[in-house]
Design a protein around this ligand. Structure first.
Ligand code: FE
Length: 357
């Protein structure tokens, strides 16, 4: 497997370009058998995920299929810029990123080609894939609430909506609104109750903040443990990683001081988001990209792809890692993940209006 960093590397000579004609590869392939023979046994993946376990999955795919996987690493925005720059000459076959909000940005940039696959449609729940097959969820994470075990009674917080109640004044910890996880969360709240209710919630949470938003999700957990606030909102895998045996001691202690709450279990369910992947429009190795995408949803791949980042698999048949299994099952909000991005602009305006930094 070849993995390349995005910065300054010219890879088109290495990984091959699409034909100069710029036409649709699929139709060329069907009308010209000669073209089919020239499609190299490779697949070029532009990925904003960078976990060692992802590489293990790609290596397993190579071993199983003989198709070489070239990974171009970078953050989501940089990869999108690169795709725009490369245009029709881009060697990209599959685009992988984290959070449905970022998948939406890619969708808006027009990089995806709709894909039909019975395998994917069967394995990936409808709420975790784009309605027209532009992208498919490959891992799942829950945006959960954590509370201080020693200061918050069990059952005192059960819903996202509770965070806006006056009784939590000065107690709520949550990161900046510039973060896509919060934009997607607010997108789901807009989808559930409309813009007005979402804005009222936003104002309530801002009023209750223990401090001006700062740091990442782990920092919110650390701040609860340190007594800066009593409740925080975080992605499940951060808590799971801090709890893990190989985590550093201070983080393990901080994580042990909080109790996880899966919000909204008696109504719409907990907000879940995804890592996802979609076939790139005009991909030179489209069939290989679909094969890889399908491979990612096989049970062994799911165990690695999700487990490596302590996320949930999207397929029902795969077991979760120890830390997640200990939390038990939960009801998830089944609204289609495409909504988080499509409501994202409204979410940004609401954040702005209610002064969530
Ligand atoms: Fe993250």
């Amino acid at each position: 497997m070849v993995r390349l960093l995005l910065t300054g590397l010219i890879v088109s000579s290495l990984v091959g370009c699409r034909p100069q004609s710029g036409g649709d590869r699929a139709s060329e392939a069907s009308s010209s058998p000669v073209e089919v023979e020239t499609v190299a046994p490779i697949v070029n993946v532009y990925s904003a995920r960078h976990y060692d376990t992802d590489d293990e999955v790609y290596a397993a795919f190579e071993a199983a299929t003989g198709i070489e996987v070239n990974v171009i690493d970078g953050n989501s925005a940089a990869l999108l810029e690169r795709l725009a720059r490369e245009g029709e000459k881009s060697p990209a076959d599959l685009f992988v990123t984290v959070d449905a909000g970022r998948l939406f940005q890619a969708e808006e940039a027009g990089i995806f080609e709709p894909t039909r696959s019975e395998v994917l449609e069967q394995r990936v729940p409808a709420s975790l894939r784009h309605p027209e097959g532009l992208w498919f969820g490959v891992t799942k994470r829950a945006r959960v609430i954590v509370v201080a075990k020693d200061r918050v009674a069990p059952g005192a917080v059960t819903r996202y909506e509770d965070l806006a109640q006056p009784k939590w004044k000065g107690k709520v910890l949550i990161r900046s609104s510039s973060n896509v996880y919060n934009q997607s969360l607010l997108g789901s709240i807009i989808a559930a109750g409309g813009e007005e209710a979402a804005e009222a919630w936003c104002r309530g949470v801002v009023d209750n903040m223990a401090r001006t938003p700062q740091g990442g999700d782990r920092d919110q957990i650390r701040a609860v443990a340190a007594g800066e606030g009593d409740v925080a909102v975080v992605n499940s895998y951060y808590l799971a990683k801090m709890l893990a045996a190989d985590s550093d001691e201070a983080d393990r202690e901080a994580a042990a001081a909080v109790q996880i709450v899966f919000p909204n279990q008696d109504d719409r369910g907990t907000h879940v988001n995804i890592s996802g992947a979609g076939v790139v429009r005009g991909a030179p190795h489209r069939d290989n990209a679909i094969r890889l995408l399908e491979f990612l949803t096989e049970p062994e791949s799911q165990a690695l792809f999700a487990g490596g980042n302590k996320e949930y698999p999207v397929t029902a048949s795969t077991e979760t890692v120890t830390e997640l299994a200990a939390w038990g099952d939960f009801e998830e909000d089944k609204v289609n993940a495409a909504v988080f991005g499509s409501e994202g602009q409204k979410a940004l305006r609401i954040f702005d209006r209610c002064g969530w930094r």
